[in-house]
Design a protein around this ligand. Structure first.
Ligand SMILES: [Zn+2]
Ligand SMILES: [Zn+2]
Length: 316
């Protein structure tokens, strides 16, 4: 399978402005594409990056109304759904879009998605989109189930306000874990991070994954300034994590490639480059101290980047 990052920013689209560049890591909110070896098109989250993905799909059958895609939503916070009204393939009759996500607040996924486009928030309602455009099928997911049709998609709740699913895709012995919008629940003891219950579940969930996308919105100082005698607002309970915990989880789980995402809107490319260096130093130190079998590659995800997970046909 191939994974392409169309949006890796958290919270709000963050275009470059004078003195604050974001074009290297990207400013669009969460959207990942997975093209399976079977040729199937899977999409994870519909942040503003979905508009760009939609344009790319127009030359792949979706422009002629012959496209099919499955779209999996981690949750329905704005930064994960705001691209949908600007997804051109949804306006073209004949395309078939299957949307999967958790039903919450006593509403089906379809009712929640319709809410985003209700009058007077947007000029085209979901009902109008559906009448003239693509076939839209909504599927309410319940935790603990999985979907199998060639590839296996499973999902698990992680720690985030209003709840959020992490998805795991397995195809031809390749595993990719999409774990955005998650807050770690462990604590530091003598400078060493000790996993909490949620962290341990994620370690188990991502065991031996070939690649993992993990929420690393904050530096440790931004997450909990008081622990470093710094001024500033604590980000505890906001539902996001740090590169340090992401690296700890990847090391413990034996993840081969770690992509850190949900970049903070106040992190420019220069800031991200500096945090990348810190993350690499942290990885080197942790790996040299521990008894780990796999040293993962670690980087902050970049919009436009593609990962190729080669199928494994034989195992020994
Ligand atoms: Zn988010
Ligand atoms: Zn969220």
């Amino acid at each position: 399978m191939k994974i392409k990052f169309y949006g890796v920013r958290g919270s709000l689209p963050t275009p470059s402005r004078p003195g604050f560049e974001t074009s290297k890591y990207g400013g669009n909110t969460t959207c990942l594409e997975a093209i399976l070896d079977s040729g199937e098109e899977y999409i994870f989250d519909m942040g503003s990056g979905l508009a760009v993905l939609g344009d790319d799909l127009m030359s792949k059958g979706f422009g002629q109304g012959q496209g099919k895609a499955k779209i999996f939503l981690s949750h329905v916070h704005w930064d994960h759904i705001q691209g949908f009204p600007f997804f051109t393939p949804a306006y073209i009759g004949g395309n078939q879009l299957d949307l999967y996500g958790e039903a919450k607040a006593e509403k089906t996924l379809e009712e929640t998605m319709a809410g985003q486009q209700e009058f007077p928030n947007f000029p085209v309602t979901l009902a109008q989109m559906r009448t003239y455009g693509a076939e839209l099928n909504f599927h309410d997911l319940k935790e603990g189930e999985s979907i199998e049709n060639g590839a296996k998609i499973s999902y698990m709740k992680v720690d985030h306000p209003d709840s959020c699913f992490s998805y795991k895709i397995e195809e031809k012995k390749q595993t990719f874990v999409f774990c955005t919008d998650n807050e770690h629940d462990g604590s530091y003891n003598d400078g060493k991070y000790e996993f909490g219950e949620n962290d341990k579940r994620i370690v188990e969930w991502s065991k031996d994954a070939d690649a993992m996308y993990y929420d690393a919105q904050y530096t440790p100082e931004e997450y909990d300034p008081s622990a470093f005698d710094l001024p500033g607002m604590s980000k505890k309970t906001w539902g996001h994590s740090t590169y340090e915990v992401g690296i700890d989880i990847a090391l413990e789980a034996g993840v081969k490639r770690l992509f850190l995402g949900h970049h903070d809107i106040r992190h420019s490319d220069d800031t991200m480059d500096a945090i990348t260096k810190r993350a690499q130093d942290y990885l080197d130190e942790k790996f040299s101290e521990g008894d780990y079998l796999v040293k993962p590659s670690v980087q902050f995800a970049k919009e436009g980047e593609e990962i190729d997970l080669e199928p494994v046909y034989f195992s020994v």
